[in-house]
Design a protein around this ligand. Structure first.
Ligand SMILES: C[S@@+](CC[C@H](N)C(=O)[O-])C[C@H]1O[C@@H](n2cnc3c(N)ncnc32)[C@H](O)[C@@H]1O
Length: 265
């Protein structure tokens, strides 16, 4: 079974779907019925989303920084632990390298808190969705969303191949444990997992669900000239790679392990 194919949402989106498929390196199917993939990248004339194809068919997964979910996250105060973990203070907004961008939610939260954030993503499909979401956010009716989007840059590739300069913090969220109480978040992560299942054989897209890979990411991050490395973990899980953090910041269902580095490294 192919894990992901591009499907045009309507007849008028066929040309643009073909272009997107070329860009992300996937084949095109004309309809859900014709596809044997487990998840589709559905392309419409102005929009794009992931559609898991199992039955009963769950809802679409979009990267949308103006969505009610994101608005809730921004207002509910549960961003605070993430902000504190990366080192946000009233007068200090660190530059953050998000080495595992995914659907860009954590990165957007950080950008919304005032940080400049580079989102690095290995999956060509997620990279495409992130770019589309940033472009859409730049046209938002909300000035706050526009300003946050302007603080985000998006890059594609394996983060461990990068040599960083000019960042204060590396942020890592490498794993997909079932850590959310929200059905919507569970559905979104499941769709991303199916998608990555398809691409994990390639050199460019590492199998992000493997502990070895997560530990390699941590070792890479610790070798970079940054003041801190932050690792998101399920609340009760052991330290990644057994490396004891300087301190941890607790959220409701996740924990942020903070490894503070000597400043002049
Ligand atoms: C759990 S998701 C991150 C979710 C993200 N924090 C969010 O808020 O949406 C992990 C992501 O990291 C990406 N990833 C894993 N290892 C990577 C690497 N070495 N370089 C770039 N991206 C990587 C995977 O493709 C996946 O999309």
């Amino acid at each position: 079974m192919i894990a992901c194919e591009v499907i045009p949402a309507t007849k008028s989106a066929e040309k643009i779907a073909a272009k997107v498929a070329e860009e992300v390196g996937l084949t095109v199917a004309r309809s859900y019925a014709e596809s044997s993939a487990s998840v589709a990248l559905v392309v419409d004339t102005h929009d794009v989303w992931l559609q898991p194809l199992e039955k009963p068919r769950p809802g679409r997964v979009m990267v949308d920084f103006s969505s009610p979910d994101m608005l809730h996250r921004r207002k509910s105060g549960h961003n605070e632990p993430l902000g504190r973990a990366v080192g946000v203070k009233a007068d200090r907004k660190p530059r953050v390298f998000d080495a595992t961008a995914g659907l860009g939610r954590d990165a957007f939260v950080l950008a919304d808190l005032g940080c400049e954030v580079e989102l690095s993503e290995a999956s060509p499909v997620l990279y495409f969705l992130l770019q589309h979401a940033r472009k859409t956010a730049l046209m938002s009716a909300s000035e706050k969303v526009i300003q946050a989007a302007k603080r985000m840059t998006i890059s594609r590739g394996n983060s461990t191949h990068r040599s960083l300069t000019g960042f204060n913090t590396v942020y890592l969220d490498p794993m997909f444990p079932d850590r959310s109480k929200s059905a919507a978040v569970k559905k979104d992560l499941a769709a991303v997992q199916s998608l990555l299942g398809s691409q994990s054989g390639s050199q460019e897209v590492p199998t992000s669900d493997s502990t070895d890979h997560a530990v390699a990411l941590l070792n890479w991050a610790l070798s970079q000239p940054v003041e801190r490395v932050v690792v998101k973990r399920p609340i009760k899980s052991p330290y990644l790679g057994g490396v004891k953090p300087s301190h941890a910041i607790m959220g409701k269902v996740v924990r942020f392990d903070v490894l503070v580095r000597p400043v002049n490294q």
